[in-house]
Design a protein around this ligand. Structure first.
Ligand code: GLY
Length: 355
């Protein structure tokens, strides 16, 4: 069986991992299980999950609405109230079956319910498989500010079954792919070179790529689980990306933007900034920009958009004393963190992105 061991929990791959999950649930003799999912996954993924889950422990399914706007404390309160109504105690456990919102929110809900109960993660999107379900970050947004409230809380186990990816629209797959591109950019040049030419990528073997991305992420998290230093590099592209995502999320006239789509723009703009601050080769930057804009297209930003996006940057969790700090590349596969970046340089980054 394919498995990645981290110091805190295992990540299992493939259809055989349901038996392992069943054994763990039965061994721990949980009093009750809550299966947390969203409206889309309840229809498309839950039938496969339940058909493969071997346990006699009583469970209840709680469904939240799909999408980032649901990722807030109000939704958590609804889930906690349902848990109380269902009689869940400290020996109960949560299983999340869903994408990044369900994994982040479900992990958070479990991590503070009665001061913390066990949680098992079954990611069903590419984004959740390669990022959200790995590394123990949980959380929800606050008034549009991304992941502003949350905990570090490791799951008991993560189960990756790539069959769920068949339920996704191409746009959702591309959203997760941005995190994989990020893994290559910060840590592994040959991986980035492999991924950047998307037409050449063999998606029938996506599990091998997911495995590779998770290995990169777990190596980084293992060195710095609480993000005091090295783990910050996983935020490459996210300082700008989160600000764009928050701006689109809170602005009713803007079209929906997926997390990875915003991160992809962030990867380009933060690579531009890297040329100025860390001397990333300009030709390499152009290659990164071309590859990413080929996959994701080019988003149009007005001057007002950029001004508004800049105001969201002040909520970034990496800021210190009002200064915007970023992860930047010196070359593909090598980066530094905590670099102070001026607003003017960010504006230049948006200008170059749009050229
Ligand atoms: N998504 C970034 C991290 O887990 O650290």
């Amino acid at each position: 069986m394919i498995k990645i061991d981290t110091p805190d929990y295992p990540i299992y791959f493939g259809v055989e991992s349901y038996a392992v999950l069943g054994n763990q649930l039965n061994e721990k003799q949980y009093s009750k299980l809550l299966i947390l999912t969203d409206s889309t996954c309840n229809e498309l993924c839950l039938p496969h999950f339940l058909a493969n889950l071997p346990t006699t422990i009583p469970f209840e399914i709680v469904e939240i609405e799909s999408g980032e706007p649901t990722k807030n404390l109000e939704t958590c309160q609804g889930v906690w109230e349902a848990m109380i109504d269902l009689g869940m105690d400290r020996h109960s456990a949560v299983i999340t079956v869903g994408g990044g919102v369900v994994s982040d929110l479900g992990g958070f809900v479990a991590s503070v319910y009665m001061r913390g109960i066990d949680c098992f993660l079954v990611p069903t999107t590419l984004l959740a498989m390669v990022d959200a379900s790995v590394g123990g970050k949980t959380g929800v947004d606050l008034n549009g500010a991304k992941n502003c409230i949350g905990t570090f809380s490791m799951p008991q186990m993560v189960l990756i079954d790539s069959v769920y990816l068949e339920t996704l629209e191409p746009r959702e797959l591309k959203s997760g792919y941005a995190e994989m591109l990020k893994h290559g950019l910060i840590y592994d040049e040959s991986y980035f070179n492999h991924l950047k030419d998307i037409a050449q990528v063999d998606f029938s073997d996506i599990e091998t790529l997911i495995y590779h991305s998770i290995v990169i992420k777990t190596q980084i998290v293992q060195e710095d689980p609480k993000e005091l230093g090295l783990r910050k590099i996983l935020n490459f592209g996210h300082t700008i990306g989160h600000a764009i995502e928050s701006y689109f999320l809170i602005n009713p006239i803007k079209e929906r933007m997926l997390h990875g789509e915003a991160v992809a723009i962030g990867l380009v703009i933060e690579s531009y900034i890297s040329t100025v601050i860390l001397g990333l080769n300009l030709k390499v930057y152009q290659e990164i920009k071309e590859a990413i804009q080929y996959i994701y297209g080019k988003q149009l930003f007005s001057e007002t958009d950029v001004e508004e996006i800049l105001t969201w940057l002040k909520l970034d969790k990496k800021n210190r004393a009002g200064e915007i700090r970023m992860v930047l590349l010196s070359k593909i596969g090598e980066c530094s963190f905590d670099l102070v970046v001026s607003k003017d340089l960010i504006v230049s980054g948006f200008e170059d992105y749009s050229k």
